[in-house]
Design a protein around this ligand. Structure first.
Ligand SMILES: [Zn+2]
Length: 234
């Protein structure tokens, strides 16, 4: 076996762990987003309920304004009635006042209906806010757990990277370059077992010259198909 192979295998084990840690770390923002998205439906429900209550409040204000306008008119007509000396005008004003008073009663009934609607809308809003608060608490827990996980992954990554650096230091420069190039390209492994004439990386048969090269250990034998560095397992 080529003397660099055992060192490269140790290095490769760290590189594989680094890849997994990096991938897990990269997935964290996606998990955070998924957690936050759980709030969307509950937030929309609170917004809709708030909007509904506001609309009813606007309606109530409108009715109150209409009532006030009619009351002002009634007051004005009453003053006119007080001042007039003509009996027919007095009667006519009285009829008008009654009409406005009946309007006011109808409007007051309407206001009461709207107030009941508002009560119901406020109850819906309160419930929606409760649901949102519960979801928010759950999401906060998830986000906290994810932040802790990210911290743990970063710490572990730094440790493995430090191990990798000290393992890489004594490796022959050209062997290290070759290894690094293949690992970067393949992503999973750069050094594979050669067993029964088959490359453990790509599972293709290699030519007998490659087997002999791997056996001699004088050069770093590479798979004819995938280029991975091979070590013979007999
Ligand atoms: Zn191969």
């Amino acid at each position: 076996m080529h003397p660099e192979i055992p060192k490269l295998l140790q290095l490769q084990e760290r590189d594989q762990r680094i890849r997994v840690l990096q991938k897990d770390l990269k997935d964290i923002p996606r998990h955070e987003l998924a957690a936050k998205n759980k709030l969307a439906g509950d937030t929309a429900a609170v917004e809709a309920a708030t909007q509904k209550a506001k609309e009813i409040e606007v309606k109530i204000k409108g009715v109150e304004l209409e009532i006030q306008t009619r009351r002002n008119t009634i007051k004005r007509l009453g003053d006119q009635q007080f001042e007039t000396r003509k009996n027919d005008e007095f009667q006519a004003l009285g009829v008008e006042i009654k009409r406005y008073e009946s309007d006011v009663r109808a409007l007051e009934d309407k206001e009461l209906e709207h107030m009941e609607e508002l009560e119901a809308a406020k109850a819906v809003l309160k419930e929606a806010q409760g649901v949102l608060a519960a979801t928010q608490a759950r999401v906060n827990d998830e986000l906290k757990a994810l932040a802790e996980r990210a911290d743990g992954l970063k710490k572990r990554l730094a440790e493995v990277e430090a191990e990798r650096a000290s393992l890489a230091a004594p490796v022959d420069k050209s062997a290290l370059d070759l290894y690094a190039r293949i690992f970067a390209k393949k992503g999973d492994q750069a050094v594979s077992a050669l067993e029964n004439g088959i490359c453990g990386g790509c599972h293709m048969k290699v030519v007998s010259g490659t087997i002999q090269a791997a056996r001699s250990g004088e050069v770093l034998a590479q798979c004819d198909s995938c280029g991975r560095i091979l070590y013979l397992v007999e």
